[in-house]
Write a protein of this length. Sequence first.
Length: 747
Amino acid sequence: MHISDNARAVLERRYLIRDAQGCPTETVEELFWRVARAIAQGDAVFDPAADVEGTAQIFYDLMTRLDFLPNSPTLMNAGRPLGQLSACFVLPVGDSMEEIFDAIKYAALIHKSGGGTGFSFSRLRPSGSAVNSTGGVASGPITFMKVFNAATEAVKQGGTRRGANMGILRVDHPDIMDFITCKNDLQEITNFNISVGITEDFMRAAAEGAEYDLVDPSTGKVTGRRNARAVFEAIVDSAWRTGEPGIVFLDRLNRDNPVPSMGEIESTNPCGEQPLLPYEACNLGSINLVNHLKPQGDGFVLDEDKLRATVHTAVHFLDNVIEVNRYPLPEIDRVTRLTRKIGLGVMGFADMLLKLGIPYNSEEGIAAARRVMSLIQAEGHAASQELAKTRGPFPLFGESVYRDGPPLRNATVTTIAPTGTLSILAGVSSGVEPVFAFAYVRNIMDGTRLVETSPILKDALERGGLLTGELVDQIAHQGTLAHLEQLPASLRRVFVCAHDVSPEWHVRMQAAFQEFTDNAVSKTVNFPHSATREEVAQVYELAWKLGCKGTTIYRDGSRNDQVLNLGAKPSAPSEPPVQPYGSILPRPRPAVTRGFTEKVRIGCGNLYITVNCDESGICEVFTNTGRAGGCPSQSEATARLVSVGIRSGIDPREIIQQLRGIRCPSCLRQSDVHVTSCPDAIARSLEKVLQTPAADLPAPTPSAPVRPADMTPAQAKLSKFCPECGSRLEHEGGCVTCRECGYSKCN
């Protein structure tokens, strides 16, 4: 199996079975055999004499060639006791205390199993409404979203995938304005993506500047009216500030609801691409388009025959997943089997265009999207029809919109999902997004500076005799080829990255894929930091006009907890300056400090944590390990960096937030250990100091750092760090992904 070193490291870190001490007990190749054999067992459900081992070989070859990969829970859990293989779930949230806390409990079980959950909070009565049973007043959707968020925070600490949620509120809910701004404080509701459920009537009213009705969901009565344009502009303003909320066009989700008799679709999974009924789950997988090209002359063409064969095998695979899946709730098992929805999508589309010599932001690129996805859609439905001949149609086929046509095994077949981690494994671009960057710097632990370059770009530069170390450094620094005039215009025209693509082309590409997709398309419209609110509004309006089912935007550097990213572009003057390297020095450590030492049980024995203070507050942390061992060098390094950071003026609460919840298998697998890792233990000790009134510790002030006289403040564009490894995050496919360690918020 040919995969990159980084892909193998991600598989080893996140997917392999481990023993009680955290050591892998299977190889990467054994992982794929485990998955292939488990999924092939689905054949035996319909034919006891089926050649299960033969099917397993087909599935194994499909995955190890990296032609197709299923969603992460399938790779993690197939053939294991948990056996939960779905990525996406939607749960109902009813307007009673019992229904609300049932939903929280069910969500916790799903997150524990590795899935993500979507909720519509539109049925909850608005805040301040009367509660007849108690004589009190209702808290409203936002308050309960915070309860869901807290539950997710507690559960995700011990899981293999972080819990992710989607929260949706209809635009005609009386609390809509509070919902729109509920994540403007970036410390609030951190385990949710949020989207406003938009109706066609609202969009028309917004275009006309007209008013629309606000409706109390508990009574069905109109409680007020708002100007639709003002609400639309509030959505735009919050999205411009923080990237949220996104928007979901509810009427379009229900226009394509294959079984309307089951009720309305009110929510999606955490990335916006999988509309589901309450208690439905969906199993996703993605085809690697780069592997479906074949050489022709000096270039490549799409290998349509291979793509057809892959689609048929992938549909077979995903339908089997439904059979062998162990769902976390009986009701999810029942409802999911009634419609048997699957979501076959793609990854590596941008890389495919590069190999074909087609610019992403071009009419040729749009045509290529339509050609590829129309073929996958047609062949996917044909494969589902073939399965229906031997396995029968999905149980509610007779009530579905398809009932007058050929029987289908699956109510939906295609979805364009984010493929953050999967695309790392396959070594290709994510989903249908443009390439995020063609070169970037990776800093290795020993201080080595390594420049990573796109293999496709590297090959093109070599063929043109243009490849030099200096050029690669320039590309890594700028993050784009657009302004490198020493390169041929033809090369710069084809090799465009996410920020070279105008918002209009982002939306047009999404609409092209949506045209041939049963469910929806997960995509992020990336804006430069200089983008205006008007430009964001134009994207939302264009997405509506072109037939998209929703959209997500991200303005680079719009979140205030971000760090230096690609290039050195200036930030807006209104933002606080960010100091350049070397401009801040830690305050000196005094000769005498005061503090305490805490003994903490860790997976390897005992860790002794000392936190000391001076007149300005916490000034140093250091650690010692007991005789039982541990990772003394790593915990010492963490403590030293914490000490330097705090004495340089960083608020300890920011450090606590970064360290809390970091997971170490040796801690997680022992019931008598109450921390998740050594860094987590250090964070908890810091928190205790801050919460001890007797310590009387003043918060660090901005004047504490010492700046060299010859340095002046510089402003820089900001971008978010990975919460697990500290590397840069990429905003793609309605999600965020770290290409270094494989962390993904959604998949």
